[in-house]
Design a protein around this ligand. Structure first.
Ligand SMILES: [Zn+2]
Length: 459
Protein backbone atom coordinates (compact mmCIF):
# COMPACT_ATOMS: atom_id res chain seq x y z
CA UNK A 1 0.00 0.00 0.00
CA UNK A 2 1.44 3.34 -1.05
CA UNK A 3 1.73 6.23 1.39
CA UNK A 4 -0.48 9.23 0.60
CA UNK A 5 1.32 12.57 0.16
CA UNK A 6 0.25 15.96 -1.17
CA UNK A 7 2.80 16.39 -3.95
CA UNK A 8 5.55 14.57 -5.74
CA UNK A 9 7.90 16.56 -7.96
CA UNK A 10 9.42 14.11 -10.46
CA UNK A 11 12.29 13.98 -13.00
CA UNK A 12 14.35 16.76 -11.45
CA UNK A 13 18.07 17.43 -11.62
CA UNK A 14 18.12 17.97 -7.87
CA UNK A 15 20.69 20.10 -6.03
CA UNK A 16 19.88 19.41 -2.40
CA UNK A 17 21.94 22.12 -0.66
CA UNK A 18 23.17 19.35 1.67
CA UNK A 19 26.94 19.10 1.17
CA UNK A 20 27.01 15.45 2.26
CA UNK A 21 24.42 14.41 -0.29
CA UNK A 22 24.52 17.14 -2.94
CA UNK A 23 22.88 15.77 -6.13
CA UNK A 24 20.17 13.41 -7.27
CA UNK A 25 19.92 12.87 -11.01
CA UNK A 26 16.42 12.08 -12.26
CA UNK A 27 15.23 12.67 -8.73
CA UNK A 28 11.89 13.20 -7.04
CA UNK A 29 10.67 14.93 -3.87
CA UNK A 30 7.57 13.93 -1.90
CA UNK A 31 5.86 16.67 0.10
CA UNK A 32 3.34 16.08 2.90
CA UNK A 33 1.79 19.15 4.52
CA UNK A 34 4.46 21.82 4.80
CA UNK A 35 7.44 19.46 4.98
CA UNK A 36 9.59 17.25 2.78
CA UNK A 37 8.55 13.64 3.35
CA UNK A 38 11.11 11.88 1.14
CA UNK A 39 13.50 12.31 -1.76
CA UNK A 40 15.27 9.89 -4.06
CA UNK A 41 15.24 8.48 -7.59
CA UNK A 42 11.92 9.17 -9.37
CA UNK A 43 11.01 5.53 -10.02
CA UNK A 44 11.59 4.32 -6.48
CA UNK A 45 9.75 7.31 -4.97
CA UNK A 46 6.70 6.78 -7.19
CA UNK A 47 6.68 3.11 -6.14
CA UNK A 48 6.33 4.15 -2.48
CA UNK A 49 4.15 7.28 -2.55
CA UNK A 50 0.73 8.11 -3.94
CA UNK A 51 0.58 11.88 -4.47
CA UNK A 52 -2.59 13.96 -4.75
CA UNK A 53 -0.70 16.01 -7.35
CA UNK A 54 2.39 15.36 -9.45
CA UNK A 55 4.62 17.96 -11.03
CA UNK A 56 7.00 16.82 -13.79
CA UNK A 57 10.23 18.88 -13.72
CA UNK A 58 11.17 17.44 -17.17
CA UNK A 59 14.88 17.29 -16.33
CA UNK A 60 15.11 20.88 -15.08
CA UNK A 61 17.19 21.97 -12.10
CA UNK A 62 15.43 21.68 -8.72
CA UNK A 63 16.86 23.30 -5.58
CA UNK A 64 15.94 24.64 -2.13
CA UNK A 65 14.59 28.20 -2.29
CA UNK A 66 17.44 30.68 -2.16
CA UNK A 67 17.63 33.20 0.69
CA UNK A 68 19.04 36.72 0.49
CA UNK A 69 20.27 37.71 3.94
CA UNK A 70 20.49 41.48 3.51
CA UNK A 71 18.31 43.66 1.38
CA UNK A 72 16.62 47.00 1.95
CA UNK A 73 13.33 45.90 0.46
CA UNK A 74 11.98 49.10 -1.06
CA UNK A 75 15.25 49.62 -2.94
CA UNK A 76 14.16 46.84 -5.29
CA UNK A 77 11.24 48.94 -6.44
CA UNK A 78 13.46 52.01 -6.89
CA UNK A 79 15.96 50.73 -9.40
CA UNK A 80 18.29 53.51 -10.63
CA UNK A 81 17.27 56.03 -7.96
CA UNK A 82 20.46 57.64 -6.55
CA UNK A 83 21.36 56.83 -2.94
CA UNK A 84 22.36 60.43 -2.21
CA UNK A 85 21.78 63.59 -4.17
CA UNK A 86 25.46 64.36 -4.68
CA UNK A 87 25.35 61.63 -7.30
CA UNK A 88 24.70 63.09 -10.73
CA UNK A 89 21.16 62.19 -11.73
CA UNK A 90 18.11 63.68 -13.41
CA UNK A 91 16.11 62.75 -10.27
CA UNK A 92 15.34 65.61 -7.91
CA UNK A 93 15.19 63.26 -4.96
CA UNK A 94 17.39 60.57 -3.44
CA UNK A 95 16.69 57.25 -1.70
CA UNK A 96 16.92 59.09 1.64
CA UNK A 97 14.18 61.53 0.59
CA UNK A 98 11.95 58.77 -0.73
CA UNK A 99 12.12 56.04 1.90
CA UNK A 100 10.52 58.16 4.61
CA UNK A 101 7.47 59.10 2.49
CA UNK A 102 5.97 55.62 2.40
CA UNK A 103 2.61 54.65 3.91
CA UNK A 104 0.77 51.34 4.36
CA UNK A 105 -0.64 51.34 0.86
CA UNK A 106 2.69 52.14 -0.82
CA UNK A 107 4.60 49.57 1.22
CA UNK A 108 1.98 46.89 0.59
CA UNK A 109 2.03 47.54 -3.18
CA UNK A 110 5.83 47.70 -3.45
CA UNK A 111 6.37 44.64 -1.23
CA UNK A 112 3.98 42.53 -3.32
CA UNK A 113 5.91 43.48 -6.46
CA UNK A 114 9.22 42.80 -4.72
CA UNK A 115 8.03 39.32 -3.71
CA UNK A 116 7.18 38.54 -7.34
CA UNK A 117 10.64 39.73 -8.41
CA UNK A 118 12.30 37.46 -5.82
CA UNK A 119 10.22 34.40 -6.74
CA UNK A 120 11.02 34.86 -10.42
CA UNK A 121 14.70 34.50 -9.51
CA UNK A 122 14.38 31.44 -7.30
CA UNK A 123 14.43 33.18 -3.89
CA UNK A 124 11.81 32.07 -1.38
CA UNK A 125 12.93 34.18 1.60
CA UNK A 126 14.85 37.36 2.34
CA UNK A 127 15.98 39.26 5.38
CA UNK A 128 14.76 42.85 5.23
CA UNK A 129 17.63 44.99 6.49
CA UNK A 130 15.65 47.04 9.02
CA UNK A 131 14.48 49.97 6.93
CA UNK A 132 10.79 49.24 6.27
CA UNK A 133 8.65 51.56 8.40
CA UNK A 134 5.26 49.90 7.81
CA UNK A 135 6.20 46.39 8.93
CA UNK A 136 2.59 45.13 9.22
CA UNK A 137 1.81 46.14 5.62
CA UNK A 138 5.09 44.53 4.58
CA UNK A 139 4.21 41.26 6.36
CA UNK A 140 0.66 41.15 5.03
CA UNK A 141 1.88 41.66 1.42
CA UNK A 142 4.39 38.80 1.72
CA UNK A 143 1.77 36.51 3.26
CA UNK A 144 -0.69 37.31 0.47
CA UNK A 145 1.86 36.33 -2.18
CA UNK A 146 2.96 33.37 -0.02
CA UNK A 147 6.61 34.35 0.34
CA UNK A 148 8.82 34.22 3.43
CA UNK A 149 10.55 37.20 4.98
CA UNK A 150 12.46 38.32 8.06
CA UNK A 151 11.56 41.71 9.45
CA UNK A 152 12.84 43.91 12.25
CA UNK A 153 12.36 47.33 13.82
CA UNK A 154 13.13 50.10 11.33
CA UNK A 155 16.33 52.06 11.91
CA UNK A 156 17.30 50.57 15.27
CA UNK A 157 19.48 53.38 16.60
CA UNK A 158 19.81 55.67 19.60
CA UNK A 159 23.03 57.55 18.83
CA UNK A 160 22.98 59.35 15.51
CA UNK A 161 25.58 61.95 16.45
CA UNK A 162 28.13 61.01 13.84
CA UNK A 163 25.51 60.66 11.09
CA UNK A 164 24.56 64.28 11.77
CA UNK A 165 28.18 65.38 11.40
CA UNK A 166 29.43 63.04 8.66
CA UNK A 167 26.38 61.98 6.65
CA UNK A 168 23.62 64.50 7.26
CA UNK A 169 21.88 63.28 4.08
CA UNK A 170 21.17 59.93 5.72
CA UNK A 171 18.86 61.33 8.37
CA UNK A 172 16.03 63.83 8.40
CA UNK A 173 13.60 65.25 10.93
CA UNK A 174 10.80 63.22 9.37
CA UNK A 175 12.81 60.01 9.57
CA UNK A 176 13.59 60.61 13.24
CA UNK A 177 9.90 61.23 13.92
CA UNK A 178 9.01 57.94 12.31
CA UNK A 179 11.95 55.96 13.74
CA UNK A 180 12.83 57.70 17.02
CA UNK A 181 16.48 57.38 18.03
CA UNK A 182 15.85 56.31 21.61
CA UNK A 183 16.68 53.07 23.35
CA UNK A 184 13.15 52.62 24.68
CA UNK A 185 11.45 53.19 21.33
CA UNK A 186 13.76 50.73 19.57
CA UNK A 187 13.32 47.97 22.15
CA UNK A 188 9.51 48.39 22.08
CA UNK A 189 9.48 48.19 18.31
CA UNK A 190 11.73 45.11 18.35
CA UNK A 191 9.37 43.41 20.81
CA UNK A 192 6.47 44.10 18.47
CA UNK A 193 8.27 42.44 15.55
CA UNK A 194 9.32 39.44 17.66
CA UNK A 195 5.70 38.81 18.67
CA UNK A 196 5.15 37.49 15.12
CA UNK A 197 7.17 34.38 16.04
CA UNK A 198 4.52 33.10 18.45
CA UNK A 199 2.97 31.46 15.38
CA UNK A 200 5.44 28.70 14.46
CA UNK A 201 4.07 28.57 10.91
CA UNK A 202 4.22 32.29 10.19
CA UNK A 203 5.83 33.17 6.86
CA UNK A 204 7.17 36.48 8.15
CA UNK A 205 9.33 36.24 11.25
CA UNK A 206 10.80 38.92 13.46
CA UNK A 207 14.50 39.23 14.26
CA UNK A 208 16.66 41.78 16.06
CA UNK A 209 18.39 44.31 13.85
CA UNK A 210 20.20 47.49 14.78
CA UNK A 211 21.30 49.89 12.09
CA UNK A 212 24.93 49.60 13.21
CA UNK A 213 28.08 51.41 12.04
CA UNK A 214 28.32 53.01 15.48
CA UNK A 215 24.74 54.29 15.71
CA UNK A 216 23.75 52.46 18.91
CA UNK A 217 24.95 53.12 22.45
CA UNK A 218 26.52 50.33 24.48
CA UNK A 219 23.24 50.05 26.39
CA UNK A 220 21.03 49.59 23.34
CA UNK A 221 23.51 47.17 21.77
CA UNK A 222 23.50 44.95 24.87
CA UNK A 223 19.74 45.20 25.43
CA UNK A 224 19.03 44.29 21.81
CA UNK A 225 21.42 41.34 21.94
CA UNK A 226 19.81 40.08 25.18
CA UNK A 227 16.37 40.43 23.62
CA UNK A 228 17.53 38.33 20.67
CA UNK A 229 18.90 35.71 23.05
CA UNK A 230 15.69 35.53 25.11
CA UNK A 231 13.65 35.11 21.95
CA UNK A 232 15.97 32.58 20.28
CA UNK A 233 16.54 34.78 17.21
CA UNK A 234 19.56 36.36 15.56
CA UNK A 235 21.11 39.78 16.27
CA UNK A 236 22.29 41.69 13.21
CA UNK A 237 23.80 45.02 12.27
CA UNK A 238 25.76 46.81 9.53
CA UNK A 239 29.51 46.82 10.16
CA UNK A 240 32.63 47.93 8.27
CA UNK A 241 30.87 48.97 5.06
CA UNK A 242 33.53 51.36 3.75
CA UNK A 243 36.80 52.79 5.07
CA UNK A 244 35.23 56.17 6.02
CA UNK A 245 32.70 54.53 8.34
CA UNK A 246 35.27 52.16 9.77
CA UNK A 247 37.55 55.08 10.66
CA UNK A 248 34.75 57.21 12.14
CA UNK A 249 33.76 54.35 14.42
CA UNK A 250 37.36 53.60 15.42
CA UNK A 251 37.93 57.28 16.29
CA UNK A 252 34.67 57.46 18.26
CA UNK A 253 35.32 54.42 20.46
CA UNK A 254 39.11 54.19 20.37
CA UNK A 255 38.81 50.68 18.89
CA UNK A 256 37.34 49.02 15.82
CA UNK A 257 33.61 48.30 15.64
CA UNK A 258 34.27 44.55 15.74
CA UNK A 259 36.48 44.91 18.81
CA UNK A 260 33.79 46.99 20.49
CA UNK A 261 31.18 44.28 19.90
CA UNK A 262 33.58 41.74 21.33
CA UNK A 263 34.14 43.91 24.44
CA UNK A 264 30.35 44.31 24.84
CA UNK A 265 29.99 40.51 24.84
CA UNK A 266 27.76 40.39 21.74
CA UNK A 267 30.16 38.92 19.17
CA UNK A 268 29.28 35.24 18.87
CA UNK A 269 27.29 32.76 16.79
CA UNK A 270 23.97 34.49 17.52
CA UNK A 271 25.27 37.63 15.81
CA UNK A 272 25.47 38.25 12.09
CA UNK A 273 27.30 41.26 10.73
CA UNK A 274 26.58 42.71 7.31
CA UNK A 275 29.39 43.88 5.01
CA UNK A 276 32.78 43.73 6.78
CA UNK A 277 34.33 45.00 3.55
CA UNK A 278 36.85 46.73 5.80
CA UNK A 279 38.59 44.67 8.48
CA UNK A 280 41.93 44.85 10.24
CA UNK A 281 44.01 41.73 10.79
CA UNK A 282 42.95 41.68 14.44
CA UNK A 283 39.26 41.99 13.42
CA UNK A 284 39.77 38.96 11.19
CA UNK A 285 41.21 37.04 14.13
CA UNK A 286 38.25 37.96 16.36
CA UNK A 287 35.78 36.87 13.68
CA UNK A 288 37.62 33.60 13.28
CA UNK A 289 37.54 32.82 16.99
CA UNK A 290 34.07 34.19 17.89
CA UNK A 291 32.29 32.81 14.77
CA UNK A 292 29.57 35.37 14.05
CA UNK A 293 27.82 34.83 10.73
CA UNK A 294 28.55 37.35 8.01
CA UNK A 295 26.44 38.66 5.15
CA UNK A 296 28.79 39.50 2.33
CA UNK A 297 27.58 41.98 -0.31
CA UNK A 298 30.37 41.63 -2.90
CA UNK A 299 28.72 44.01 -5.37
CA UNK A 300 29.30 46.88 -2.96
CA UNK A 301 32.96 46.04 -2.40
CA UNK A 302 33.51 46.15 -6.18
CA UNK A 303 31.17 48.99 -7.08
CA UNK A 304 32.46 51.29 -4.36
CA UNK A 305 36.07 50.34 -5.00
CA UNK A 306 36.63 49.15 -1.41
CA UNK A 307 38.76 46.34 -2.82
CA UNK A 308 41.72 46.46 -3.54
CA UNK A 309 42.71 49.26 -1.13
CA UNK A 310 41.01 47.26 1.62
CA UNK A 311 41.58 43.64 0.63
CA UNK A 312 38.68 41.19 0.70
CA UNK A 313 39.07 38.60 3.50
CA UNK A 314 36.07 36.44 2.67
CA UNK A 315 37.67 33.54 0.74
CA UNK A 316 40.00 32.89 3.68
CA UNK A 317 37.21 33.21 6.28
CA UNK A 318 35.06 30.78 4.28
CA UNK A 319 37.98 28.33 4.12
CA UNK A 320 38.29 28.65 7.90
CA UNK A 321 34.63 27.70 8.34
CA UNK A 322 33.04 31.09 9.11
CA UNK A 323 29.40 31.00 7.98
CA UNK A 324 29.14 33.51 5.12
CA UNK A 325 25.91 34.17 3.21
CA UNK A 326 25.19 36.63 0.41
CA UNK A 327 23.13 39.79 0.24
CA UNK A 328 22.36 42.33 -2.46
CA UNK A 329 21.88 45.23 -0.01
CA UNK A 330 20.18 47.46 -2.55
CA UNK A 331 19.31 47.01 -6.19
CA UNK A 332 19.33 50.69 -7.04
CA UNK A 333 22.49 50.07 -9.03
CA UNK A 334 23.22 46.38 -8.49
CA UNK A 335 21.57 43.89 -10.85
CA UNK A 336 19.16 41.62 -8.99
CA UNK A 337 20.68 38.20 -8.40
CA UNK A 338 24.28 39.19 -9.22
CA UNK A 339 25.80 38.60 -5.77
CA UNK A 340 26.76 34.99 -6.60
CA UNK A 341 28.82 35.78 -9.65
CA UNK A 342 30.26 38.91 -8.00
CA UNK A 343 31.50 36.77 -5.08
CA UNK A 344 33.32 34.42 -7.45
CA UNK A 345 34.92 37.25 -9.42
CA UNK A 346 36.01 39.11 -6.29
CA UNK A 347 37.48 35.93 -4.78
CA UNK A 348 39.44 35.38 -8.00
CA UNK A 349 40.67 38.98 -7.87
CA UNK A 350 42.20 38.37 -4.42
CA UNK A 351 43.89 35.21 -5.69
CA UNK A 352 41.71 32.73 -3.73
CA UNK A 353 39.00 31.78 -6.20
CA UNK A 354 36.08 30.09 -4.48
CA UNK A 355 34.67 26.81 -5.73
CA UNK A 356 31.92 27.38 -8.34
CA UNK A 357 29.39 25.75 -6.01
CA UNK A 358 30.10 28.09 -3.08
CA UNK A 359 27.68 30.90 -4.05
CA UNK A 360 24.87 28.33 -4.14
CA UNK A 361 25.61 27.19 -0.58
CA UNK A 362 26.04 30.79 0.59
CA UNK A 363 22.48 31.45 -0.65
CA UNK A 364 20.92 28.27 0.75
CA UNK A 365 22.40 26.34 3.71
CA UNK A 366 24.61 29.18 4.99
CA UNK A 367 21.84 31.74 4.52
CA UNK A 368 19.38 29.60 6.50
CA UNK A 369 21.88 29.40 9.35
CA UNK A 370 22.48 33.17 9.23
CA UNK A 371 18.77 33.93 9.57
CA UNK A 372 18.51 31.49 12.48
CA UNK A 373 16.46 28.87 10.59
CA UNK A 374 19.06 26.19 9.85
CA UNK A 375 16.77 23.47 11.20
CA UNK A 376 13.90 24.48 8.92
CA UNK A 377 15.26 25.85 5.64
CA UNK A 378 18.26 25.91 3.31
CA UNK A 379 18.29 22.33 2.03
CA UNK A 380 16.10 19.71 0.43
CA UNK A 381 16.20 17.02 3.08
CA UNK A 382 13.62 14.95 4.92
CA UNK A 383 11.82 16.91 7.65
CA UNK A 384 12.69 20.40 6.38
CA UNK A 385 10.04 22.85 5.28
CA UNK A 386 9.04 22.31 1.65
CA UNK A 387 10.52 25.48 0.08
CA UNK A 388 11.36 24.16 -3.38
CA UNK A 389 12.23 25.83 -6.69
CA UNK A 390 11.93 24.11 -10.06
CA UNK A 391 13.71 25.96 -12.85
CA UNK A 392 12.70 25.88 -16.52
CA UNK A 393 14.66 24.74 -19.56
CA UNK A 394 14.19 27.42 -22.20
CA UNK A 395 17.53 27.42 -23.98
CA UNK A 396 20.71 25.37 -24.12
CA UNK A 397 22.47 27.35 -21.37
CA UNK A 398 19.83 26.14 -18.93
CA UNK A 399 20.98 22.53 -19.29
CA UNK A 400 24.55 22.43 -17.99
CA UNK A 401 26.77 19.46 -18.83
CA UNK A 402 27.87 18.93 -15.27
CA UNK A 403 26.71 19.88 -11.81
CA UNK A 404 29.13 22.61 -10.86
CA UNK A 405 28.37 24.43 -14.11
CA UNK A 406 24.70 24.19 -13.24
CA UNK A 407 25.25 25.62 -9.79
CA UNK A 408 27.21 28.52 -11.20
CA UNK A 409 24.37 29.54 -13.50
CA UNK A 410 21.82 28.92 -10.79
CA UNK A 411 23.67 30.98 -8.19
CA UNK A 412 23.53 33.97 -10.47
CA UNK A 413 19.80 33.51 -11.03
CA UNK A 414 20.33 33.09 -14.76
CA UNK A 415 17.97 30.13 -15.20
CA UNK A 416 14.27 31.02 -15.44
CA UNK A 417 11.92 29.73 -12.77
CA UNK A 418 8.90 27.54 -13.49
CA UNK A 419 7.49 26.33 -10.15
CA UNK A 420 7.98 27.60 -6.60
CA UNK A 421 6.64 25.89 -3.50
CA UNK A 422 6.86 27.58 -0.09
CA UNK A 423 5.85 25.78 3.09
CA UNK A 424 4.28 23.05 0.95
CA UNK A 425 2.09 25.45 -1.07
CA UNK A 426 2.55 26.24 -4.76
CA UNK A 427 3.04 30.01 -5.01
CA UNK A 428 4.37 30.16 -8.59
CA UNK A 429 3.54 27.93 -11.54
CA UNK A 430 4.56 28.31 -15.20
CA UNK A 431 6.61 31.30 -14.04
CA UNK A 432 3.52 33.18 -12.74
CA UNK A 433 2.48 33.72 -9.13
CA UNK A 434 -0.63 31.80 -8.13
CA UNK A 435 -2.06 33.66 -5.11
CA UNK A 436 -2.38 37.14 -6.62
CA UNK A 437 -2.81 38.64 -10.08
CA UNK A 438 0.76 39.31 -11.20
CA UNK A 439 -0.14 42.05 -13.72
CA UNK A 440 -2.32 43.81 -11.18
CA UNK A 441 0.51 43.68 -8.62
CA UNK A 442 2.94 45.28 -11.06
CA UNK A 443 0.45 47.92 -12.20
CA UNK A 444 -0.38 48.94 -8.66
CA UNK A 445 3.29 49.07 -7.63
CA UNK A 446 4.16 51.33 -10.56
CA UNK A 447 1.27 53.63 -9.67
CA UNK A 448 2.25 53.76 -5.97
CA UNK A 449 5.88 54.35 -6.92
CA UNK A 450 4.89 57.42 -8.96
CA UNK A 451 2.96 58.70 -5.95
CA UNK A 452 5.96 58.07 -3.69
CA UNK A 453 8.33 60.06 -5.94
CA UNK A 454 5.78 62.87 -6.19
CA UNK A 455 5.50 63.07 -2.40
CA UNK A 456 9.27 63.11 -1.97
CA UNK A 457 9.65 65.86 -4.57
CA UNK A 458 7.03 67.98 -2.82
CA UNK A 459 9.06 67.90 0.40
ZN1 LIG B 1 22.40 47.62 4.16
Amino acid sequence: MKQQVDYVITNGDIFTGDRDFPYISDGAIAVAGNRIEALGPTQSLLAQYAPKQTFDARGAVVHPGMIDTHIHATSIALHSLPVTLDQVSPFKVSYTDVKVQTDDEITEALTSAIAVAFLRRGYTCFMEAGTVLETDAFASALCRVGMRGMVSAPFGWDDIGHFATHAAGMISERLLERAPATRRAVIQRLEKELARNADKNTLVRGYVCLYGEGSATDGLTQDAYELAKRNGVGFNQHQGFIRTWYDIEAAKYGMSGVERLQKLGVLDERTTLTHLNVMSESDVEMIRSQRPGITWCPNNALHRGVHPSDPCHFPKLIEDGVCVSLGMDTTMYHPFGAAGIASLLLSAAVGQRLDDAEPFYMQTANAARNIGLAQELGALSVGKRADIVVRAVEDITHTPLEHRGGLLALSSSQIPVDLVMIDGRVVMQDGRVTNVDQDEVLGKALERRRELLKRAQAN
